[in-house]
Ligand binder design. Sequence first.
Ligand SMILES: C[S@@+](CC[C@H](N)C(=O)[O-])C[C@H]1O[C@@H](n2cnc3c(N)ncnc32)[C@H](O)[C@@H]1O
Length: 362
Amino acid sequence: MSPLEKHLKRRIALEGPMTVAGFMAEALTHPKHGYYVTRDPLGADGDFITAPEISQVFGELIGLWLAETWLRSGGPADAALVELGPGRGTLMADILRAGRMMPGFTDAVSVHLVEASPALREKQRETLAGHAVTWHESLETVPTGPTYLVANEFFDALPIHQLVQTDRGWCERVVALQGEEGFGFGVSPGSSPLVPLVPPHIREGAEPGAVFEVSPASISVLRQICERVTPQGAALIVDYGHPESAVGDTLQAVRRHKTADILSDPGTADITAHVDFDTLSRTARESGALAFGPVTQGALLTRLGIEIRRRQLVKKAAPAQAQAIEAAIGRLIGPQEMGTLFKALAVLPAGAQTPPGFEDSE
Ligand SMILES: C[S@@+](CC[C@H](N)C(=O)[O-])C[C@H]1O[C@@H](n2cnc3c(N)ncnc32)[C@H](O)[C@@H]1O
């Protein structure tokens, strides 16, 4: 039995069944044995691949988006360029390279990475060698002031609670000990204190057995983002998820690019859930900020000029390389690939103009 499994079993034996959010947080970011803490999970030899690892064009276009929103908001000196969950540092490296095309941008910003994983911080240090970078455990320690922020596949790793509609009301799905060996799912005896986070139309209309996912951790991070981009700044959140809040169990585990059992061998598989963009947009508006989108990743990258960049790269490439570039870009924007499932939400201060790529999404 792994040390993390032993720890979780001891915790459940002492404190009783734990929420799905508690299990997810321990499995992913336990300070010693968590999935992200112990490894670099990205790439063909890892468990999954992300957009910046598929093509440099993703980060380049996001870099231009951040530089353009910086300019439109007055081009402040001493701004913070922030990334949440920077993986291998590839996205930030591409952002900084493309950002040089905007005069003054890279000189005006200091780079701040919010990263829980010591293993990935080491990778980021290698990738971003030559750049001045400050690491943070959370957004709280990033200096305040004008902030230009990106989070790609960060929110899907934040813990979610699963609420289940029962004849006792909305209860919590929990992880309990099952038999001698393993973990199993159960349902709490009493109703959940998180019921107020379920939108009224879902709270009242759901069938028995329906699951609704809520993520107080995501709401809290989004509120902090809103504070930081106000009065000057912008944030771009890209992730897989749904544009409207809806019932459904979206929790999944992935190991070696295949779906895995969520409760087996915790700490050795990635666990994620779909991001509820409806809740994030509502949270932004309730915080007094503007939310644009979500638009699909395919639409955003197309509007930001992926076609022009594709042509430039293909023109300079050898035939085999050109084919690889075409395939990678197809993966980013193809409707059957990442183009539709992945979505982007922009958060800007009240009064800001519509950011690039979100023109008809208000
Ligand atoms: C799925 S990876 C995405 C990596 C990168 N953004 C990319 O697109 O390649 C999730 C990232 O978020 C980090 N992470 C997950 N949970 C975190 C948390 N609670 N606080 C800070 N970083 C976290 C992971 O260590 C990793 O860098």
